[in-house]
Design a protein around this ligand. Structure first.
Ligand SMILES: Cc1cc2nc3c(=O)[nH]c(=O)nc-3n(C[C@H](O)[C@H](O)[C@H](O)COP(=O)(O)OP(=O)(O)OC[C@H]3O[C@@H](n4cnc5c(N)ncnc54)[C@H](O)[C@@H]3O)c2cc1C
Length: 440
């Protein structure tokens, strides 16, 4: 695991019935459970492994509105307010700091794209601004080359992924939610078409509704209900350096490097927009949605046929369908050592102050992606009682507080708020989805 995880809470008794079951103990499920419990609904969150064991504990920790798809911007702005509220409530434990976010433009063409976004989104993201190279130097004095300028949003921030997710789950438990770790969901059961129960490894929980926030596994639950979600997975490598002198206050992307300097001076670094795709038979799912983008962005993805393919095949041949809903429970997700070395080289090339940096730890996470790189947050009419909150496509950590809140509102029977109307599931079946705003 990337971080030392907080100790697991004592296992609560297994409940036979509840109002809402949340499947998945990532940050989206935790935020939904918190919002549901605060609405005084009875809620049970089931997580097959540990809270924050997957993407939510492995990500960079950027919390940004900057350069979001305009469709996502209202949700991102709402989330920033909620992050501040959480920071007031949970204190330093979640590592929230409003340090801003800065995307460096390598050339005039990239700066023009940033400027267009900034002008188009001014009404929703009023503090996003374009910086000249001199202004970049003043803001990040340790940077060797300021490029052609930058897009900068001072109101963006950062948080510590595993700690923030655990804090939300703990707050949900304090508000009355039952959090069951090591308890995989196997099936969503229906009566008369409506959601009636969730079958888990430990027994069945009767319920009025389900929030499916199972990250990269969500498509399996939906497929069993006859709903198609073209969801795929990419593997993304991250490293943590030894503590360094102050080199960059804002969350930073530029010249192929993603960087977040934490409060203790250590830096999260990663190659920006470079991922591995571990091919399995599942890679064929939704291929027609993904192939055009994969071809266009082929230099960003390395296709790998290896261990993942063999492990997946072995599981398909040997495990019962029930087991396949929860296995592999704690998948081995190897870091790409070449990308680790490359990100350290880029860091040292861009920031002379990082000359003495060493890699303290590296890891990788499996990012679940949808064809337009936008999430699904929806209560599909075909399955009354079901809410889906998934497919955050590499940028759901920052959105989670508002995404969870909207998912909870849907589960409580409210009509979808304006901020989530672009995120309907049926956009793929109808063919009304667009192309990703930024590289997948
Ligand atoms: C390397 C990396 C860098 C990223 N950087 C950023 C960033 O800087 N900013 C940002 O906003 N986002 C970032 N992201 C994306 C962000 O981490 C995700 O969008 C977000 O964490 C998704 O949360 P989630 O709760 O949907 O999924 P997850 O965190 O994956 O949680 C889903 C949970 O469901 C559980 N589950 C699966 N199957 C079952 C089952 N059968 N029963 C019970 N539980 C089940 C899993 O074990 C898992 O814990 C990054 C992701 C990665 C991997």
């Amino acid at each position: 695991m990337p971080e030392a995880m907080p100790p697991a809470p004592a296992t609560p008794p297994f409940p036979a019935a509840t109002d809402i079951v949340v499947i998945g103990g990532g940050i989206v499920g935790a935020a939904a459970a918190l919002a549901l419990a605060r609405r005084r609904l009875r809620v049970v969150l089931v997580e097959k492994d540990r809270i924050a064991g997957q993407q939510s504990g492995r990500n960079w920790g950027f919390v940004r509105s900057q350069y979001r798809d305009p469709a996502e911007l209202p949700l991102a702005v709402e989330a920033l307010t909620l992050w501040s509220d959480f920071a007031r409530e949970f204190g330093a434990a979640i590592g929230w700091r409003r340090t801003g976010c800065l995307f460096l433009a390598e050339d005039e063409a990239e700066l023009a794209r940033f400027r267009r976004w900034q002008e188009d989104c001014r009404a929703v993201a009023p503090d996003a601004r374009i910086l000249s190279p001199d202004a970049v130097r003043r803001l990040v004095p340790g940077l060797r080359r300021p490029g052609a300028g930058a897009l900068h949003t001072p109101s963006d921030g950062q948080a510590e992924p595993a700690l923030a997710t655990a804090a939300l789950a703990q707050a949900a438990a304090t508000a009355g939610a039952v959090i069951l770790e090591g308890c995989g969901a196997i099936a969503i059961e229906r009566q008369g078409g409506r959601v009636a129960a969730v079958r888990t490894e430990r027994g069945t929980i009767a319920c009025e509704g389900v929030v499916c926030a199972a990250g990269a596994a969500s498509h399996r639950f939906l497929a069993a209900l006859g709903l198609r979600l073209p969801q795929q997975v990419v593997r993304s490598t991250v490293s943590l350096t030894t503590p360094l002198p102050a080199i960059a206050d804002p969350c930073f992307c530029g010249f192929g490097l993603g960087l977040r300097q934490r409060a203790d001076g250590s830096c999260i670094i990663a190659p920006d927009s470079r991922s591995d795709v571990d091919l399995t038979l599942d890679s064929l799912r939704g291929a027609r949605f993904f192939l055009p983008e994969l071809m266009r962005m082929r230099r960003s993805f390395a296709l790998r046929l290896g261990r993942a393919f063999v492990d997946d095949l072995a599981l398909r041949l040997t495990a019962r369908a029930d087991r396949r809903m929860v296995e592999p429970r704690r998948p081995a997700i190897p870091a790409n050592e070449r990308l680790v070395a490359e990100s350290l080289r880029r860091l040292q090339d861009l920031f002379p102050g990082a000359a003495g940096a060493r890699i303290a730890r590296s890891w990788a996470g499996r990012i679940d992606v949808l064809p337009d790189a936008l999430p699904v947050i929806d209560a599909p009419a075909e399955v009354p009682g079901l809410v889906v909150a998934t497919g955050f496509s590499g940028h759901g950590f920052g959105l989670a507080p508002s995404a969870g809140r909207h998912a909870a509102a849907l589960a409580a029977g409210e009509a979808p708020g304006a901020a989530i109307r672009p995120f309907r599931l049926d956009r793929f079946a109808r063919g009304t989805h667009g192309r990703p705003h930024a590289p997948l």
